[in-house]
Design a protein around this ligand. Structure first.
Ligand code: GLU
Length: 459
């Protein structure tokens, strides 16, 4: 049975690289009918924070990648938070000490004063000494494994020093806990970033020391910036929080992250439909360049073309997340606004900015509208005429509005363009809006007339 895991350390927010790793594990699990597990690796007590753990889980949920076992949906191999597994690790550390495969290393201020697999009493609980436990690396061995993406990889143990497995605070280190957990959680494939390749030989040494079966490894290519250095803050925002806040669609982000290392032919797709095609064999060895413009372009494509109900759900979720009150509980109204606005924007945030005046009648008018239209001597005549004609429209739909506005614009008070822009600005406060007929249809007759009257009062 395939079991894979994504094992974030809660020392910061979820990073695009982290979500890409989660996504590729997810693809593999879903393709093979296996399980996708989230394990929280919080043994770095100083840097791990509960708020990051919550944020990571929340952001994974937002992304839509469903998982099978984790801290909030335990399976039979938990706990899934490493800080709750310290007793388990202890047992395995003792086993290595007993078998003389690990030893205590005692330091006074700077120097090593003692090394043995049994700790003498005088060092115990003595503030003058710090004690770590090290794993003994047998020299003159060649370790090899077959990386499912990169092919065979070899390491010479002569280049690997004995390494710390338990820190002086008594907490075991990542390279140790990861092996125990992957073994006990029956992880079959370890799919993670290329930056972990250098940890793999140490982990393999531990698997061997315990006679555990060694899982398969697959190291995903690094994500780099345009300058080919590992993607970091220097290149721009990298946290999922940022992309969420800016109004990227989860589906668009996962679509784009799929392309980082996997050369799918299509560029815009529903990532759930790509499960069938996913194969670690097709993952590239070369670094993947993170291209913010391409991500934006993919976001725009999803925003415009995905099923309207999906986009509506994402928009409502973004509104909630941004703590915005749309002041309406009329879902079908919100849906109409999204439908007529989405073709003109690239993100949910822009969608909101673009359409927010649909949700409030007390909006401010753009300066340009006031200068070019509302302050003109013909303005009131045009608005009065619009009020007259539109109040006679019985069925206030696109077609009738179109006919009526065309009639109004044929009056010779001013140019057609001026008349349309004057009405547009009067009802929505701005000069760039969705199409005017559909805008009025969406607002409805009563609201359209209210807004025209308001403009008449104010200018
Ligand atoms: N906690 C490690 C990290 O966040 C996980 C590495 C691994 O997948 O083995 O990088």
């Amino acid at each position: 049975m395939v079991r894979v895991r994504f094992a974030p350390s809660p020392t910061g927010h979820l990073h695009v690289g982290g979500l890409r790793t989660a996504l590729f594990n997810w693809y593999f699990a879903r393709k093979t009918g296996g399980k996708f597990i989230i394990r929280i690796e919080d043994t770095d007590l100083e840097r791990s924070k509960n708020e990051y753990e919550q944020a990571i889980i929340e952001e994974l949920k937002w992304s839509g990648l469903d998982y099978d076992e984790s801290i909030d949906c335990p399976g039979e191999y938990g706990p899934y938070r490493q800080s709750e597994r310290l007793e388990i690790y202890k047992k395995y550390v003792e086993q290595l000490l007993n078998e003389n495969k690990a030893y205590y290393c005692v330091y006074d201020k700077e120097n090593i004063v003692y090394e043995n697999n049994i700790l003498e009493d005088k060092y115990k609980n003595n503030k003058n000494y710090s004690i770590v436990i090290k794993f003994k690396v047998e020299k003159n061995n060649i370790l090899s494994f077959n990386d499912l993406i990169r092919g065979p990889i070899e390491f010479d143990t002569n280049y690997i020093e004995d390494f710390v497995i338990v820190r002086s605070n008594g907490i075991p280190v990542y390279n140790f806990t990861v092996v125990i957990d992957d073994y006990l959680m029956k992880i079959s494939h370890i799919i993670r970033g290329e930056d972990h390749i250098s940890n793999t030989p140490k982990q393999i040494l531990l698997y061997k020391a315990f006679s555990f079966d060694i899982p398969e490894f697959a190291h995903l290519p690094l994500i780099v910036g345009e300058d080919r250095t590992p993607l970091s803050k220097r290149h721009g925002e990298v946290s999922i929080t940022y992309f969420r806040r800016e109004g990227y669609l989860p589906n668009a982000l996962l679509n784009y992250l799929s392309l980082l290392g996997w050369n799918a032919e299509e560029q815009v797709f529903d990532y759930r439909e790509k499960i069938r095609d996913f194969d670690l064999k097709n993952v590239s060895k070369n670094p993947a360049v993170f291209d913010y413009n391409k991500l934006l372009w993919i976001n725009e494509a999803h925003l415009r073309n995905d099923a309207i109900d999906k986009v509506l759900k994402d928009f409502e979720a973004w509104i909630d997340y941004s703590k915005i009150d749309l002041k309406t509980s009329d879902k079908s109204y919100v849906k109409k606004v999204v439908e007529i606005s989405r073709k003109k924007v690239q993100t949910l945030k822009q969608l909101y900015e673009f359409s927010k005046n649909f949700f409030r009648s007390d909006f401010e008018y753009e300066q340009e509208f006031i200068e070019k239209y509302a302050s003109k001597e013909w303005f009131k005549d045009v608005i009065n005429l619009a009020i007259n004609k539109l109040s006679n429209v019985e069925v206030f739909d696109f077609k009738n509005i179109e006919v009526t506005l065309k009639e109004i614009s044929n009056q010779n008070t001013t140019t057609k363009k001026n008349i349309f822009q004057a009405i547009r600005g009067a009802v929505l406060g701005r000069l760039v809006t969705p199409g005017l007929y559909e805008s009025l249809e969406t607002l409805g007759k009563e609201e359209t007339l209210n807004r025209l009257n308001r403009a008449l009062r104010l200018f």
